[in-house]
Design a protein around this ligand. Structure first.
Ligand code: SAH
Ligand code: SF4
Length: 324
């Protein structure tokens, strides 16, 4: 900006930065799920995951991509199966750090593809990376407002899915916002008994409160909710969960997204055998519930949230011990 005085340019450069995310590691290759590990200005690590459109859904491979975005460094909610919560919560991401994950991946793509790069790579966002988005409410809303605005990211609100482990009051608050975001609930158990065992948040907001908040959201938005349900062997994959899960899905007019558990190093949980996964989804379908079983694309590259960061931090810690 040579049209402003040099002294002001220097002051601006000193006070503000345009790029705060530094790519430290990338896993995966084009046409598959790709995972980006970013270093923040204060040295902490977060991840974003780029997922190509499913050719099975769109007929052929396309330019469409979904970006899975993080909202916190670590997570305070401590779900027993999750890598993000393993080392606790470090801090909230600022709105700029949430927005920048999208910009940084777009910039990376432009650099990679040069002239070939499409004008936009990402047309879909899922707020399912590290952290609990609704626990960083104000920064989340600010960031999504920017990513949604025609003067900003221009990503339609219906193309943005916010996933929560079940912060009931904030779900209601989100229902009062003027945005039509999609809502996904990390359910992972269809009874308080199962949910209490794996998700501490359920003791604060048990299923009755969570479902009431979802009903409120739906009454305000009229949108279909997704229930995310990770299948964990011998924890929540029993057929006794099918009936209450079907009931919940019907009451909420929700569809169910079944996700085979991704193994986390150091945790004892396993994914069920494939035939048990199939049996579960079929039993739900037989009860008239729309349920899909995700055949994980990113399984090989530690795709579930928080896993690449955890691995990198452990490697760095080991290297530090080795060096000492
Ligand atoms: N905190 C929010 C959003 C981030 S987690 C939430 O819990 O919804 C995004 C999703 O990944 C959640 O549904 C979470 O339960 C799931 N997840 C966490 N660890 C996983 C693992 N090891 N395998 C598969 N899914 C996992
Ligand atoms: Fe946090 Fe979500 Fe992981 Fe639970 S599943 S620890 S809320 S990131």
């Amino acid at each position: 900006m040579t049209n402003i005085p040099k002294s002001i340019r220097e002051k601006l450069a000193h006070t503000y930065s345009l790029e705060t995310l530094q790519l430290v590691r990338k896993q995966g290759s084009r046409d598959t799920t790709q995972k980006f590990l970013w270093k923040l200005a204060d040295g902490l690590l977060i991840e974003s995951v780029l997922i190509p459109a499913n050719p099975a859904l769109y007929g052929e491979a396309s330019d469409r991509h979904t970006l899975c975005v993080s909202t916190q460094v670590g997570c305070a909610y401590g779900c027993k199966f999750c890598a993000s919560g393993l080392e606790g919560w470090k801090r909230n991401l600022g709105a700029h750090e949430i927005v920048e994950q999208v910009l940084a991946v777009e910039r990376w793509n432009e650099k990679e593809l040069g002239e070939e790069a499409p004008e936009r790579l990402i047309n879909n966002l899922v707020i399912m990376g590290m952290g609990e988005p609704l626990a960083n409410y104000n920064n989340l809303i600010k960031a999504l407002g920017i990513l949604n605005a025609p003067w900003g990211g221009g990503i339609g609100a219906r193309k943005i899915t916010v996933s929560t482990s079940g912060l009931a009051p904030q779900i209601r608050k989100l229902g009062d916002e003027p945005f039509q975001f999609r809502l996904a609930i990390s359910l992972h158990g269809a009874t308080d008994d199962v949910r209490n065992k794996i998700m501490p948040i359920n003791r604060k907001y048990p299923l009755s409160e969570l479902t009431a908040a979802c009903e409120y959201y739906q009454s305000k938005k009229g949108r279909m909710i997704t229930l995310e349900y990770i299948l964990i062997k011998d924890v929540n994959d029993g057929l006794n969960q099918v009936k209450p899960l079907a009931q919940l899905a019907k009451n909420l007019n929700a569809k169910v997204n079944l996700i085979p558990y991704n193994k986390v190093e150091g945790l004892p949980w396993e994914r069920p055998e494939e035939e048990n996964q199939e049996r579960f989804v079929e039993a739900l379908n037989a009860r008239g519930v729309t349920a899909t079983l995700r055949r994980e694309k990113g399984h090989d590259i530690d795709a579930a949230c928080g896993q690449l960061r955890l691995k990198t931090e452990r490697e760095l810690a080991e290297a530090a011990v080795g060096a000492a």
